[in-house]
Write a protein that binds this ligand. Sequence first.
Ligand SMILES: Nc1ncnc2c1ncn2[C@@H]1O[C@H](COP(=O)(O)OP(=O)(O)O)[C@@H](O)[C@H]1O
Ligand SMILES: [Mg+2]
Length: 391
Amino acid sequence: MGHDLKLIAGQFRTDGDPVDIVPVTVGHINDTYIVTTTAGICSPAAPGWGTRGTTPEGGGATRYLLQRINQIVFRQPPRVMANIVRITEHIRAKMAKTDPELGSRQLTVIATHDGGGYYTDADGNFWRMYNFIKHAVTYDTPRSAELAREAARMFGWFQRMLIDLPGPPLYDTIPGFHDTPRRFDYFQEILKTDVRNRAAKARTEIDFLFRNAAICGVLPGLAERGEIPIRSTHNDTKINNVMLDERTDKGVCVIDLDTVMPNLSVHDFGDLVRTATCPAAEDECDLSKIAVDISLFDALAQGFAEETGVFLTPTEKNHLVFGGILITFEQFIRFLTDYLAGDVYYKVHREDHNLDRSRTQMKLVQSMLKQEETMNGLVERAYADAPESTT
Ligand SMILES: Nc1ncnc2c1ncn2[C@@H]1O[C@H](COP(=O)(O)OP(=O)(O)O)[C@@H](O)[C@H]1O
Ligand SMILES: [Mg+2]
């Protein structure tokens, strides 16, 4: 609060001067604002990245998206931005050749006046600006199987776009993000001290965790032995991080790129399965509402396969369902750990809130384990039907 938003927005190479800045309330990580400028007097586009794709929209106004990077989650914003500039440039350069129209609707980092990718204010906050993606919408929940399919297709498309990203691997913007064995070790440490005497109330959940702890080591084992490749992946594959055309509901672009880093493809699919196959809330108390909707899962598998069929290895395809189990199990561990630790990471709004959250995740894992065979069959069919090549 209390940021001089006009001064901050004025640091970037916008067409026209910022005249109106309003906060966006969707999204929980970064502070987001829509900036409108008077684009009557267009400044000449500077060479290189940072100003393309920002043509005036008519009516003399142009919009941009201004974001303050959350430094509690992202400790090294310059690295985040270095990744994002590389990613967005690469995607737009590829799209310019294959689909210029859609290419012009991709995220573009707007440069600061001195050509940087971000602005640091006097208080040490990091700010970035993007072009505003026009005529596109995001949805928080999969309102239909078609929407789930399209979101999954876009995350698969995103991985495909980054397959030939030149240069060194991207920075790890959150080190150890899916280091599940480490999260299991941390859980055991917290359980030992049980500072709030809560373990007794979570006996069933703790037992379930220990009984299924072998889940944690499977993917790190495959990665260490080189049996599954590390790729540039999104790592926050909620469906509201895909923008869809407001008229056609077809995917336009993938946003929220802070967590794009080297990781496993199956993690991205897994987080989609965790977040998009059960419409109930993450803290739902009525556990009878928690289950994988198999038709939504089928849609996710089909959408993801459509784009990734051409490059995923057989081992990756064989572990997609496991990815869902793993990511959900990992989230279960994180909620349960935070409950035992005394709610230090996730904000709570009622007693036992984190325990309730851990229970939904546990139920979801159980639902996946029960339907594992069916889900694997659907994945197999989706890849059998997927195109052999794509442009
Ligand atoms: N470039 C953009 N153009 C238009 N809307 C955007 C753009 N980037 C983000 N949004 C909107 O703002 C919301 C929050 O942005 P996001 O980058 O996902 O932040 P968070 O990390 O807080 O989720 C998105 O769900 C989307 O609706
Ligand atoms: Mg988001």
